[in-house]
Design a protein around this ligand. Structure first.
Ligand code: 3HC
Ligand code: NAI
Length: 694
């Protein structure tokens, strides 16, 4: 087996090569190996300069995130970095792939940095709720200036080599053989006796006296709720005000504070959850899948158009079918407008738009779908229509084609049963706008073959989605849990709350918007239609809780009609509407409920804990295999705050005993038909465990 860090000599250059697949993360062995390599180079009289370079697909991608939360092991990264910088012999970092986090802090401690033109460098720690903890906040402002450092460190977004060179991060950009170029560079340093440049001895430049306050203010909305970006600003400011050793001390203090915070734990959980979610429990990673080279999409409406774009964007040709030419024309016009907007913003080239459009072929004939490897149906949400469409698909599609429905609520097994190939049928539930939203709920039916849903997971990833495998039930994972929140909010309105109070609490909790703002934006008629379809299955209290009916009957469908729960001006700015307040107060009278003060805490408990309890039921029923599947659905589909890690992770942070006690409290006050604790929640709470610490 190759050494994790090897030391070799090429002429008078000591080459320290890191080989720790897959991404050369800085595990203890790598840190120790690099330090030992530098020691060897210093001690060897035949070595005049050293190069740090990596094997495999990338330079070091950062600290080993799997070591976080475990007892720290020597040598610590900041000490390794300092050891490199203190070397009396010049050290050169040779970068390819992505040098991220600690993987950039090592080069910043080297005396020279060269990179392939295809390389990227960045400090993404903020995305893990952290800040660079091995001198990144102190050294980057010293090479790139405080403003650029603030941008890179608070966004976590890597920059390409050319930009990094302009910023002063890189000394040279090279093509071709990186090792050969690094050896030439090292020889030049030796031959020309170039002075060793220690970044810690440079001064960080500040281009405005109010830079830090202005930066925090300008990004207030983007950073809302997150601790780390504000702490990053504090640390970069320290680099401009304090001597290097004191700045390092400050950075360390903040790093430890953030590392131990629930936010960072949540964000680290999200990092692994979004990678784990594509793995199907019980199936090997290399389980056979079917090849998807062409796709059919049925229905050129809101969802069908977006879904067609997703495949065209990935270079997969699409046949888009609708009932009439005018519906196809309308659908294609929307697709064109969407692409044109992206071109106008400068994020898409006209030729690329043209190529993508050419991949979407409109058709009125089912016959044209006969060769498709995958067909996704996005026609009206009506079982009779779905059955008619699947019968036709069954008749024309080739054997082995996967037939998927984008239904939001209908029973996928019932749809599958109308065909002669239920093993090839499943749900692929995209979220609106389908070309933008990352979540894809892949719904496995009772008879769907593993090969079929494994293919849907793979193709989902290919088109840039975060696919989550779920089972068949009303609303699947996301909408089923959302329905509980919607119901509780509706009850709270009749008990004493107002829409804007609930919206404020949910927004402050960290969601992008509250449920009533969201309803107004999506169109209240969608929920109204759904309510009417389900009316007979509702409880008497739910049937009488008819505020939505009353509002929609007035033609108030939300933003698109200028009013809904709120009223809107021409710029779609919302203001609370006294008329709605009156309507709600009268409604409470009509249903005989005495209004009372509803606290913000009660809103959080009833809106969020009702979803957690439902999430626990979803786990029990195996609709979702793991709590992380539920978390990913909520993070990517509904804007659950990343720094809380998703509803199930958040529940663990709150403590399941507390959640369970609240469920019992509302069972007694609201009613057992709404608040019966899930047996899983009850069991874990009583055992003092969490969803993740069973
Ligand atoms: N530590 C441990 N494991 C890591 C890792 C890290 N820093 N980075 C990636 N991995 C693992 C992934 O979990 C994944 O494992 P799996 O195959 O078992 O699921 C595997 O490496 C491959 O990762 P990706 O699937 O993400 O591969 P990509 O090629 O799509 O992306 C990457 C590669 C751009 C390097 C991406 O993995 C990435 O962004 N990694 C995180 C980088 C990061 O956040 N670094 C900062 C760490 S914090 C730090 O350095 C603190 C310091 O300041 C003190
Ligand atoms: P839509 O009304 O915008 O589009 C439906 C399209 O299907 C129309 O163009 C219509 O002409 C076409 N169509 C209807 N019957 C057809 C048939 N027999 N053959 C061919 N084409 C036919 O509807 P939308 O919103 O796109 O919804 C489609 C499906 O996606 C529904 O099942 C819905 O529940 C689901 N969905 C909708 C979401 C949303 O936010 N709109 C989100 C996720 C899923």
């Amino acid at each position: 087996m190759a050494e994790i860090v090897a030391f070799s000599k090429e002429g008078r250059v000591g080459v320290i090569t890191v080989n720790n697949p897959p991404v050369n993360a800085l595990s203890q062995a790598v840190r120790a190996g690099i330090k030992a390599g530098i020691e060897k180079g210093i001690a060897d009289a035949d070595v005049s300069a050293m190069v740090i370079i990596c094997e495999g697909r990338t330079f070091i991608a950062g600290a080993d995130i799997r070591e976080f939360g475990k007892p720290p092991m020597e040598p610590h990264l900041p000490d390794v970095c300092q050891f490199i910088e203190d070397s009396p012999k010049p050290v050169i970092a040779a970068i390819h792939g992505t040098a991220l986090g600690g993987g950039l802090e090592i080069p910043l401690s080297c005396h020279f940095r060269i990179a392939l033109s295809t390389a990227k460098v960045g400090l993404p720690e903020v995305k893990l709720g952290l800040l660079p903890g091995a001198g990144g906040t102190q050294r980057l402002p010293r090479v790139a200036g405080a403003r650029s450092a603030l941008e890179m460190i608070t966004s976590g977004v890597p920059v390409a080599a050319a930009r990094a060179k302009d910023m002063g991060i890189l000394d040279e950009m090279v093509e071709g053989d990186l090792k050969a170029a690094a050896l030439v560079f090292a020889q030049k340093v030796v031959d020309q006796k170039l002075p060793i440049r220690r970044v810690s001895q440079l001064k960080a430049t500040v281009d405005s006296p109010t830079l830090f306050e202005d930066f925090a203010k300008a990004n207030a909305r983007k950073f809302r709720g997150f601790m780390a970006p504000f702490k990053c600003i504090e640390a970069v400011k320290a680099a401009t005000e304090l001597p290097f050793p004191e700045g390092m001390k400050k950075e360390r203090e903040i790093f430890i504070e953030l590392h131990d915070s629930n936010q960072s734990k949540a964000q680290r959980h999200v990092f692994f959850a979004e990678r784990e979610v594509v793995r199907i429990p019980g199936l090997p990673d290399d389980h056979p899948t079917r090849e998807i080279k062409s796709v059919g999409v049925l229905g050129a409406g809101t969802m069908g158009g977006g879904i067609a774009m997703c495949f065209a964007n990935a270079g997969i040709p699409v046949k888009l079918l609708d009932m009439k030419q005018e519906f196809l024309d309308r659908g294609l016009a929307v697709i064109k407008k969407n692409y044109a907007n992206t071109v106008a913003k400068g994020s898409l080239k006209q030729e690329v738009m043209d190529k993508r459009l050419s991949l979407i072929q409109p058709t009125l004939a089912y016959e044209d779908l006969k060769d498709a490897d995958l067909v996704i149906e996005a026609v009206f949400e009506d079982m009779a229509v779905k059955k008619e469409v699947f019968t036709k698909l069954d008749a024309v599609c080739k054997p082995g084609a996967i037939l998927a429905s984008n239904t939001s609520y209908l029973n996928v097994d019932e749809i599958a049963a109308i065909t002669r190939r239920p093993q090839d049928v499943m749900g692929m539930h995209f979220f609106s706008p389908a070309n933008v939203m990352r979540l894809l709920e892949n719904v496995r039916g009772a008879k769907t073959l593993p090969e079929v849903y494994a293919t849907a997971m793979k193709v989902g990833k290919k088109i840039g989605k975060v696919p989550v495998l779920v089972g068949v039930c009303d609303g699947f994972v996301g909408n089923r849990m959302l329905a509980k929140r919607t119901r509780e909010c509706g009850f709270m309105l009749e008990e004493g709350a107002l829409p804007w109070q609930i919206d404020r609490v949910i927004y402050d909790f960290g969601f992008p918007m509250g449920p009533y703002q969201m309803g107004d934006m999506a169109g209240l008629d969608i929920g109204w239609r759904n309510r009417k379809a389900k009316f007979d299955s509702l409880t008497p209290r739910e049937q009488k809780n008819n505020l939505l009916d009353k509002i929609c009957e007035m033609g108030r469908y939300g933003q698109k009609t200028g009013s809904g729960f709120y009223k809107y001006d021409e710029k779609r700015n919302a203001t609370p509407d006294p008329m709605i307040e009156e309507l709600i107060i009268n409604h409470s009278k009509e249903v005989g409920i005495a209004r009372r003060t509803i606290t913000d805490q009660e809103i959080i408990e009833r809106a969020i804990y009702s979803m957690i309890n439902e999430g626990a039921k979803i786990l029990e029923e195996r609709i979702a295999a793991r709590p992380l599947d539920i978390d990913v659905v909520w993070l990517y589909g509904y804007g659950f705050p990343v720094y809380l890690g998703g509803p199930m992770f958040y529940a663990d942070t709150v403590g399941l005993k507390k959640v369970y006690d609240a469920v019992l409290k509302y069972r007694d006050s609201v009613g057992a038909e709404y608040w019966t604790p899930s047996p899983l929640l009850e069991k874990l709470a009583k055992e003092g465990k969490g969803f993740y610490s069973k």
